[in-house]
Design a protein around this ligand. Sequence first.
Ligand code: AHG
Ligand code: MN
Ligand code: MN
Length: 351
Amino acid sequence: MADYQPADSAFALDRDCTTLSRHVLEQLHSFGPEAQDLSALMNRIALAGKIIARHLSRAGLMESALGFTGDINVQGEAVKKMDIYANDVFISVFKQSGLVCRLASEEMDTPYYIPENCPIGRYTLLYDPIDGSSNVDINLNVGSIFSIRRQQGDDLDQTGLDLLQDGRQQLAAGYILYGPSTVLVYSIGRGVHAFVLDPSLGEFILATENIQVPAHGPTYSVNEGNFWQWEDAIRDFTRYVHRHDGYSARYTGALVADFHRILTQGGVFLYPGTTKKPEGKLRLLYETAPLAFLIEQAGGRASTGTEDIMGVVPGEIHQRTPFLVGSRDDVALVESFIQDHSRRQSTLLTN
Ligand code: AHG
Ligand code: MN
Ligand code: MN
C-alpha cells in the first residue's frame, strides 16, 4: 500500500489550521501548564479582537456606538464610547478565563480585580483597548495594544504596586490593528508573528512569521504640529530629514498603525516630550513597553531618547515616556542629535 500523498492544497490547509493557540504551543515546544496558559491567554485576546472588529465594522450603523461619552478619563482625555465598549470587552472575555487576576487599562484609574481568579490567576493583562481613538468616528485605523505579565506576590491591598517593573518582566505583548483586514501581531519572546482574521472562519490565521524590521527605512512618523514644543535636538533631526533625500513623512494619529508600518517597512516613529507634556503623551505599561518588546524581538530599538524603553521602571501605572521606536539605524540617528545637544549644553555649562 503506497504512503498517503496529501494533495497540493495540503499547504493551504495546514496554514488554515495554524491558529494562534496552536502557534503559541508550537513556539514553546511544550504542552506544559505555562504553555497552555499562554495559549489560552492569546486565544482570549483573539476573541476580544474579533468582538471589537465586529463592533467597529458596524459602528456607523448603530445607535450610540460612536462619539464621546462626555467623561474625561484618568489621562485627562475625552472618552469615546468605543474606548469604553472595547475596555468592557477585554474584561468580559477574561472574567471567566480563570487566568487573569486583574486588568490594568488606559481607561481605568486603578486595575480591575477578578477576585475569584486571584487565587489561581497567575497573570495580569495590561492594555490600551482602543489606540488612536481620534480615528474612530472617521473610519480610519485604530488598534488595541496588550501586554501580559505574571502576577508577582498576592497584591492583597490591591494597589498593583508589583506592576511597577521594567518591560523585561513582560511574558507576551502585541497589538490588534483594525484596518482593511484585522491583523494581530504578537510575541512571547520567540520572534514576532502576524495573523490575519479570516472572517469566513472566524479565526486568526498565520500570515507572517519572524518579522524582522529593516535596519533603515524611508519613513519618519511624528506629529510636526508639535514642532515648536520640542527640544532643539528633535527640531534639528526634523530639519535634517527635511533636507536629505530618501525620507517621507507618514502619520496616522494611531500609534498601532504607524508602528505596524515601521515594523514591516522600517523607519522611525517619534512621540517626544513637549513643553506641555515633557514626558510625552504615550503611556509606558500598555503602549510603549509592549511595542518596545516587539521591536526588540524584530531586531529594532525603542528608547526614550536617552535610555531603552525596556529598562524604564514606572513610578505609577499610567506613567508616560517619550518614545522613539523603529529601525536600529534610524533610532540611533535621532539619539545622535540628542547626544550632540547634551554634549553642547554640558560644554556651555563648564565654560
Ligand atoms: P489613545 O487613542 O489610546 O489615547 O492613543 C492615541 C495616541 C497614539 O495612538 C497616537 O500616536 C497619538 O496619541 C496621537 O497623538 P497626537 O494627536 O497628539 O499626535
Ligand atoms: Mn493609545
Ligand atoms: Mn486608548
